[in-house]
Structure formats: C-alpha cells, structure tokens
Design a protein around this ligand. Structure first.
Ligand SMILES: CC(C)(COP(=O)(O)OP(=O)(O)OC[C@H]1O[C@@H](n2cnc3c(N)ncnc32)[C@H](O)[C@@H]1OP(=O)(O)O)[C@@H](O)C(=O)NCCC(=O)NCCS
Length: 325
C-alpha cells in the first residue's frame, strides 16, 4: 500500500513505476552486495517519480515520523524525521540526484521549521554511485549497520588477569546505566546520539526491559569496579518485517551498546567483552550478528571491523532537515 502520489512524467501511475523499478532494484542490490536481502517496496508515503526513459527513471517514497518525548529512539535520533526510501532501479547516481533534488519540496513545513529534525536515507553501503549523490546534497554517513558472519573470533588476545567478564545481574542496573551514559556522551560527539536531559531515565527503562526479555548483557570488572558494558540482544528478521528489509530473514544476534569507562579504553576490555558475548549471540542456526557504529567514531570504526564486522547499510543523514540541499 502506497500513500499520496502524483502524476509521473511518463503518464504511468507512480505505483506502477515503483513496482517496475523495484524489480531492477532487486537485481541491482544482488549485484552490489550478496549480503543484502532482496529489495522490498518502501512503506506507505508520498511517492516521487523523476526522470524518464529506460534507465533514466527513478522513484522514491518520502515518509515522516515524530518520536514522542521520553521514547528510546530519541537517544539516537532527531525528534522530527523525514525519510527518503529510494527505488532507483538502474538509474544510479543520476536518478539519486534527481530524487534528492525533489525531496526538500516534499518535506512538511512543520519538519522544515523544527530545529530537532533530520533528513535520513538508509542505503546499501557499497553503492558508491548513490553515495556521491547523497554527499552532493548535504547528507553525511552518520552510521552504518554492520554485519558479521557467525563464527569464532580470529585472534582472541590474552585477557589481563585482573579483568573479570561476567553476565550482568539486576543488581548491576545503576552500574550499567552509568557505563551506557558514557557511551551516549562519546557517541553524541561523533554520531547521531543526543545527550537529552531524560537520557538516563530512558536508558534505565530500556535496560530493565532487556533484562525482562532475558537478553544477554555482559560486564567487565577490574579491582571491584565496573569498567565495561556490552548490552546485547537476539532478534528475528521475520518476512515482511522492517528488519527483513535490512537483513536476510532468520535469527540475528546484535550489540546495542558497547562502553568502556574513560581511562580504561585501549587495554583490551572491549575485546574481552566481545569474546565473552559472541557465543551467547550465536545460538545454532543464527544468520549472524549485527550492530550500528558511527564512521566518524575514531575508536568504534576500527574496533568493530577488527572484530569481523563490515558495513552493509549506511545511514545518510543531515540535521536539521532544512539543511538538505
Ligand atoms: C569502542 C570501545 C567499546 C572499545 O573498547 P576498548 O576496551 O577501548 O577496546 P580494546 O582495548 O579491546 O581494543 C582497542 C584497541 O586496544 C588494543 N589493545 C591494547 N591492549 C590490548 C589488550 N591487552 N588486549 C586486547 N587489545 C588490546 C586493541 O588491539 C585495539 O587496537 P585497535 O584499536 O588498533 O584495534 C571503547 O573504546 C569505548 O567505550 N569507546 C567510547 C564509546 C564508544 O565508542 N562505543 C562504541 C559505540 S558503537
């Protein structure tokens, strides 16, 4: 189901153009990266069709959403988000460029006026032709969704004997919140995280919910002091779900938050946490593990690829949304 749409240059309905281009997009994604799931139709929204002729036409759907105060996504997202879901077919950089030029005109005045707003596109990391167009329109590669095939870590380093790594218990809640806040503070300098006044309370609730679901959380302790946190989960990319548009269907482990206390970084704490957590994140039959990191983060952008993760999707973003050009 696609929402509001307008006439297309070729006279075909926007829905027909989208469906035709989706077939080409599926072929293109398969050529670009065998790790991608088949391309799916965008969610309902404002359908945009640009260009004409074979190979010249591109389509997309523009959607908007507002995150309510106190909701967990506000820890990493702007409050008002306009999102473009391109269906480029084979139109490449030219199609992306035309679509991006059309986008600002489809952003509601409410979103354009909001300081706490963002324009976002999620696109296969290996499509460098589209990347050029995103850069030209003011978007930055603020995050990547990175994946790792199941399997043991290559080159597990000896752990410092004074370092203990263990699953967290509910008594550790405040220690986990403190460590998570260090991660948000760091990531707010190099990515999309926002250190909001209620961040601590929101994070406390999110951690409690994770415990209630029985998901794995690991802590590192040195001399009786908590020095590292790896907050993880297990999830299912079920056919038709939002996640199945990003990852092949099946079970996935993921890392939600990795944090080592300032002053203890670069000494193997993060590595020891990942080595301890991976078995729990890879039950039999799992498709792999995934996480998000920020390419401008000078530590995580090295740390995760060293542990076998590689970009699958890039989240291109500009804040505020009015800065889209
Ligand atoms: C990213 C982060 C979790 C990594 O944890 P860390 O404890 O600093 O990482 P490690 O010490 O295990 O690994 C970092 C480096 O130290 C090296 N290192 C030094 N001594 C080591 C030892 N005894 N054992 C293992 N690695 C050691 C590692 O080889 C690694 O080198 P590299 O950066 O060249 O790959 C941590 O730096 C952090 O909290 N950063 C701020 C918040 C953040 O960015 N979080 C991640 C968001 S996705």
């Amino acid at each position: 189901m696609i929402g509001r749409s307008r006439a297309t240059p070729s006279g075909r309905s926007p829905e027909v153009v989208l469906t035709e281009l989706l077939r080409d997009q599926q072929a293109r994604f398969a050529e670009l990266d065998t790790g991608l799931p088949p391309a799916v139709l965008p969610p309902p929204g404002d359908v945009v069709v640009v260009g004409d002729g074979p190979g010249g036409e591109a389509a997309g759907v523009v959607t908007q959403h507002s995150w309510p105060a106190g909701s967990a996504p506000l820890l990493w997202s702007a409050a008002e988000v306009t999102e473009l879901h391109p269906v480029l077919g084979h139109s490449g950089r030219r199609g992306a460029d035309r679509l991006l030029a059309e986008w600002p005109g489809r952003v509601p005045a409410r979103v354009r006026a909001a300081a706490d707003s963002a324009a976002v596109v999620t696109w296969p990391s290996r499509d460098v032709a589209a990347a050029r167009a995103f850069l030209d329109h003011g978007l930055v590669p603020l995050a990547v969704l990175a994946v790792r095939r199941p399997g043991p870590l290559a080159g597990v380093l000896d752990r410092d004997p004074g370092l203990e790594v263990r699953p967290a218990g509910e008594d550790d809640l405040e220690g986990c919140v403190e460590l998570a806040m260090h991660e948000i503070a760091y990531s707010s300098m190099v990515g999309g995280s926002v250190l909001r006044p209620d961040a601590e309370a929101v994070k406390r609730t999110a951690l409690r919910e994770r415990w209630a679901r029985g998901e794995p959380i690991f802590l590192a302790e040195r001399d009786g002091r908590l020095v590292g946190l790896l907050e993880c989960g297990l999830t299912e990319a079920t056919p038709g779900s939002w996640l199945a548009g990003l990852l092949p269907t099946g079970r996935w482990g993921y890392v939600n938050c990795a944090s080592v206390l300032p002053g203890h970084r670069g000494r193997g704490v993060g590595h020891a946490l990942v080595a301890a957590a991976l078995p729990a994140l890879q039950p039999p039959g799992v498709r792999g593990t995934y996480l998000y990191y920020n390419p401008p983060n000078p530590v995580s952008s090295v740390f995760w690829p060293r542990h076998g993760y590689r970009p699958l999707w890039t989240l291109w973003e500009v804040r505020p949304a009015a800065a889209l050009r």
